[in-house]
Design a protein around this ligand. Structure first.
Ligand SMILES: NC(=O)c1ccc[n+]([C@@H]2O[C@H](COP(=O)([O-])OP(=O)(O)OC[C@H]3O[C@@H](n4cnc5c(N)ncnc54)[C@H](OP(=O)(O)O)[C@@H]3O)[C@@H](O)[C@H]2O)c1
Length: 238
């Protein structure tokens, strides 16, 4: 595991199943953390010890669909720690189950907002301070389902595909800047929510949040300085 002790990492969705694993991984690597959630109480509940370590962790409420909230998040992070070396954006979600002709337009828009707009806004906000420093790592979380559309999941699949295209465009724009932009493509993650929703599945085939967190940490480290615009499968055994 890379040494992050001189690094500041912004983890969004840090109270979620993957986000909390990502926060723990960077914390174990010595990073100072800015932990963002719509409801910060979620972070206090998921990461009690880290959230209480005021020297190394700042817990901040932010709605990543809201441009002003995202700008405020980055501002507060910079005021507190002076820099953002890496962004690990885990915000996102899943709604599916109906064919296109039965899917409410609100669901289409919700998916694009939650999975693509959020990544667009938070990338926009962290890039200027990273450009100033001439370095930075941005890691987003797309999904295996981004690679091809499947039945009854058009909105989800399209929104995660949009995220991959965003990552590729950012990578092309930033390749001379010292900033890397990549994403991971999880298969089904072994989360309490998935276990509750699919109790008969073989959980051993699913990918553990900690295993994805290790890949995200690698992409946020200087060891991955030559990796640019990648969409890395993290499927576990599924
Ligand atoms: N779980 C899977 O099997 C799977 C598979 C492939 C990809 N992924 C992707 O992996 C990532 C993490 O998934 P997960 O299972 O860990 O989900 P999760 O537990 O729901 O975590 C996502 C976190 O993001 C927060 N969030 C949602 N909207 C937000 C907003 N507008 N502003 C700020 N925070 C917001 C959620 O908080 P709230 O409670 O407030 O909504 C939640 O804490 C997501 O991008 C997901 O699409 C998951």
């Amino acid at each position: 595991m890379a040494d992050f002790s001189d690094r500041v990492v912004l983890v969004t969705g840090a109270g979620g199943s993957l986000g909390s694993a990502v926060a723990r991984t960077f914390y174990a690597g010595g990073a100072r953390l800015v932990l963002a959630e719509r409801s910060p109480e979620k972070i206090a509940a998921a990461l009690p010890e880290i959230a209480q370590d005021a020297d190394r962790a700042l817990v901040q409420a932010a709605d990543l669909t809201d441009p002003a909230s995202v700008v405020a998040l980055v501002q507060v992070a910079l005021e507190r720690f002076g820099q953002i070396d890496a962004l690990a954006n885990t915000v996102g979600g899943y709604r599916a189950g109906t064919p296109v002709h039965e899917t409410p337009v609100e669901q289409w828009e919700f998916m694009l907002s939650l999975n693509a707009r959020t990544a667009f806004l938070v990338s926009q906000a962290v890039i200027p301070p990273m450009l100033e420093r001439g370095s930075g790592h941005i890691v987003h979380v797309a999904a295996r389902a981004a690679l091809s559309g499947g039945a009854k999941m058009a909105a989800y699949s399209a929104s995660k595909s949009a995220l991959i295209r965003l990552v590729e465009s950012l990578a092309a724009e930033l390749k001379h800047s010292g900033i890397t932009v990549n994403c991971v493509l999880p298969g089904t993650i072994d989360t309490p929510q998935n276990r509750a929703e699919m109790p008969k599945a073989d959980f051993s085939k699913w990918v553990a949040p900690e295993a994805i967190a290790d890949v995200i940490a690698f992409l946020a480290s200087d060891a991955a300085r030559a990796v640019q615009g990648a969409a890395i499968p993290v499927y576990g055994r599924s």
